[in-house]
Every structure is written in structure tokens, then in C-alpha cells.
Design a protein around this ligand. Structure first.
Ligand SMILES: [Zn+2]
Length: 313
């Protein structure tokens, strides 16, 4: 074993020893319910709906936290170690957690990867993040439902006394997801077919594009600091001008400067493009915002897109 692989392992072992002798605030309540840990906000929201009052739920990643980069803390590891069930998105989304999740599985914790519950022919190939498939599966409502079936099954197997509760909760939640899916398709009809093009920050919307029939282009990788990226800005601006796109979209992670440079380059070509608003992709919004739940986020994104693309300025 290489030295650089040994250190994280030692940290893990240390964390377990610490967790064994502490009774910190991250210890779940001993109320007879199963302890479930979800990584992302989308999964935390799904488990709130499917598990309801029958489970103790801990959600690891809060609003605005990037799941691609997040490294679990010692406190997170101890939360993992106390779980009966860990639900993660997978397909390499939580890239920095994989080692810890593997160790938990070896310790007997039930670990469910939602992404692997979706048939491979429904997944989009993408190796850029180090995996085989694009991990942003929640952006297709039907595929997200498919993946979440594995969560319902895992809850029912772990806690058969509440199997019927999980069944009913799931049926209700999956019906709400289906209604949101229908809403997205219906709203999108309002945008002329030739401008169903979403220019946004990072490449989180490939499933969205595939499911709902739009084209997406990412601003990611465009930084105004290098010469190569100036060419990228020009190319994107030319595309925007050529297609007469009224709006482009931001995610909080993109520097305003980048967006401004695209706007300016487009203006130089004689086309005025506006900032259509903020889309939510990898993390849900803060509590109180309409995009604080998965279904709210899906509605917010389509409403934001349609409003900007159909506005006559
Ligand atoms: Zn992402």
C-alpha cells in the first residue's frame, strides 16, 4: 500500500475509535427507529417523503455544498458508523466519500447507491468526473423515480414492521414526481422549439436535456483568465447571437465576471442577451426558498427557464 493511501485510512480508523468513545450530538436518537443517512439534499428530501416519521434521518450535505468536492469530516464518519442505512447518489457524484462508504459496507451497514438502481441503458455516458456515467440523474424525474425504488426496497427490508408505511409514502411521492414531470413537459411547450437551448454554468443538465428534449451548453471551463478561454467566450457568444437566445442562466458557482464577458461578447456581435435567473443543480436552495425541496427545485428551474425565454424584454 502506498503511503498516500495509508493516511486517509489511518484517519478513518482514528475517527472510528473516537466515535466509539464519544457521545456527541451527531449520535442519533435511541428511539427504536432505524437510522438513515442521506448524502445530498435531493436524497434527504426523498427520504423525508418516503421514510417520514418512521426513520431517524441525517442529511450530510446542506444547501450550496458541492457534492463533487465534499470530503467527509470525522463527525460525518461517526454518523456513517452509527447508521443502519446510508443512501448515496453514486455514479461518482460523491467522489471523495467512496472509500468511507466502502468501509461502512464492510462493517455491515446497508449502503444503497441510487444511481446503480437505474438501468444502464437509461444512463448517460460521461467519464469526465472519473466515473463511467454522468451522475446528475435527478434532473430526469422518471429516472430519479427508478433509482428511488431501491430506497423504498431497502427501507422495507430493514424495517419490515413499517413496510406498508414506506409503500404508501412511496406511492404518494412517486405520483408527485410524475406530476412534476408532466408540468415540466407542459411548460416547455411555451418556449419556441428553436430556442429550447439552456446555457448554464456546469454540465449538470445532460439528463434534463435528454429527458425533456432541449439542448444544453455549459459555461463551465470558461474563465476569463487565459487566452484559450477568451476563445471559448467568443465561441459561446457567437452561438448565442446566431440562435438569438434571449437569456442565459447562472448557478451560484459561476463568477459574475464570466457571465458578464459572455454578455459583452454577444453585445459586440449585435445581440443583447439577458441573465435569465439562477438555476439549481447539485444542491437545493436554503430553507424557505421554493427550490428548497427536490420538486420545488424542478419547478423553479423550468419556471425560470420558460419565463426568461418567453420574455419580450
Ligand atoms: Zn455537478
Amino acid at each position: 500500500m502506498k503511503y498516500n493511501k495509508l493516511i486517509p485510512l489511518l484517519l478513518l480508523v482514528t475517527a472510528f475509535v473516537l466515535s466509539a468513545c464519544s457521545s456527541g450530538a451527531n449520535q442519533p436518537a435511541d428511539n427504536g427507529k432505524i437510522n438513515v443517512v442521506a448524502t445530498t439534499g435531493q436524497l434527504g428530501d426523498a427520504l423525508t417523503n418516503i421514510g417520514g416519521d418512521a426513520i431517524n434521518l441525517t442529511q450530510l450535505l446542506g444547501p450550496g455544498i458541492d457534492p463533487h468536492l465534499y470530503v467527509p469530516t470525522e463527525s460525518n464518519l461517526s454518523t456513517f458508523a452509527n447508521a443502519d442505512l446510508i443512501v448515496y447518489n453514486g455514479l461518482h457524484l460523491e467522489a471523495q466519500m467512496l472509500r468511507a462508504l466502502e468501509q461502512m459496507e464492510q462493517r455491515g451497514v446497508v449502503v444503497v447507491e441510487v444511481g446503480s438502481a437505474i438501468p444502464a441503458d437509461q444512463l448517460i455516458s460521461d467519464t469526465s468526473a472519473g466515473g463511467t456515467y454522468d451522475p446528475h440523474i435527478w434532473n430526469s424525474a422518471p429516472r430519479w423515480s427508478m433509482g428511488l425504488q431501491a430506497v423504498t426496497s431497502a427501507l422495507q427490508q430493514l424495517d419490515p414492521d413499517n413496510a406498508e408505511v414506506y409503500q404508501q409514502n412511496s406511492e404518494r411521492y412517486f405520483a408527485e414526481i410524475a406530476a412534476t414531470d408532466a408540468y415540466i413537459r407542459e411548460q416547455l411547450e411555451k418556449v419556441p422549439a428553436d430556442i429550447r437551448i439552456m446555457i448554464t454554468a456546469h454540465d449538470a443538465f445532460a439528463y434534463y436535456a435528454d429527458e425533456y428534449g432541449l439542448e444544453v451548453r455549459g459555461l463551465q471551463g470558461i474563465s476569463t483568465e487565459s487566452e484559450a478561454s477568451t476563445a471559448d467566450v467568443q465561441e459561446l457568444a457567437a452561438f448565442i447571437a446566431e440562435n438569438k437566445l434571449p437569456a442565459i442562466f447562472v448557478e451560484s458557482s459561476v463568477p459574475v465576471r464570466t457571465i458578464e464577458s459572455v454578455k459583452e461578447a454577444s453585445r459586440a456581435l449585435g445581440h443583447e442577451v439577458s441573465i435569465g435567473g439562477e438555476l439549481y443543480s447539485d444542491a437545493l436552495a436554503e430553507e424557505g426558498h421554493p427550490a428548497a425541496t427536490y420538486l420545488g427545485m424542478m419547478r423553479h428551474n423550468i419556471d425560470t427557464f420558460v419565463a426568461a425565454m418567453t420574455s419580450s424584454n
